[in-house]
Design a protein. Structure first.
Length: 153
């Protein structure tokens, strides 16, 4: 018997991630599972950042974090309208590592994410974030593509 208590939906606010969220919402509603929405503000290794960008990186990240919080709260509001229990998280770091860390720390039962995101190259089966998450996740991962058979309504 399947018991889902917590579902993690990481989003980069791309269309594919938005589509994956419809599955997350539906599973959450079906299983009365808590939904965790996560956005990771991607940080650049310090060495590069200071060489390439003379601007204060901390401020840039702060601005990006503020934007992400706003966008995430819009998505969360939609979920709450459906009566779901939702938690929003914005963290900084390497997206795949953060997604895996949160999945482990929050004892998540399933991760639902897009096969691809905002990246330009979609030759590969998965984007690099999803590729790493599938390999390192501590729980099952549902990868949702833009053009495939659908079972959500
Ligand atoms: P790449 O980043 O390798 O150029 P891509 O952007 O097309 O490729 P991914 O980054 O793997 O593909 O994105 C796949 C999914 O991973 C997205 O649909 C989203 O669910 C999740 N994701 C990607 N980046 C983030 C992020 N910064 N924070 C949270 N979730 C993310
Ligand atoms: Mn990406």
């Amino acid at each position: 018997m399947i018991k889902l208590k917590r579902i993690l939906v990481p989003t980069d606010f791309s269309d594919t991630a938005r589509h994956a969220l419809t599955y997350g919402l539906s599973f959450s509603s079906e299983y009365q599972a808590e939904l965790i929405l996560l956005h990771v503000v991607e940080t650049i290794p310090v060495g590069y950042a200071s060489d390439l960008f003379p601007v204060p990186m901390a401020e840039v990240f702060q601005e990006m974090t503020g934007y992400a919080k706003e966008e995430l709260s819009k998505l969360a509001a939609q979920a709450r309208e459906k009566g779901l229990a939702v938690r929003e998280m914005v963290t900084q770091g390497k997206p795949s590592a953060e997604i895996v860390r949160v999945a482990r720390e929050e004892n998540v039962d399933m991760i639902v994410l897009g096969t691809h995101g905002k990246g330009m190259l979609d030759k590969a089966l998965f984007g690099s974030t999803t590729d790493r998450v599938v390999r390192k996740a501590p729980c099952p991962v549902l990868t949702v593509g833009a053009t495939e058979h659908e079972f959500v309504s």
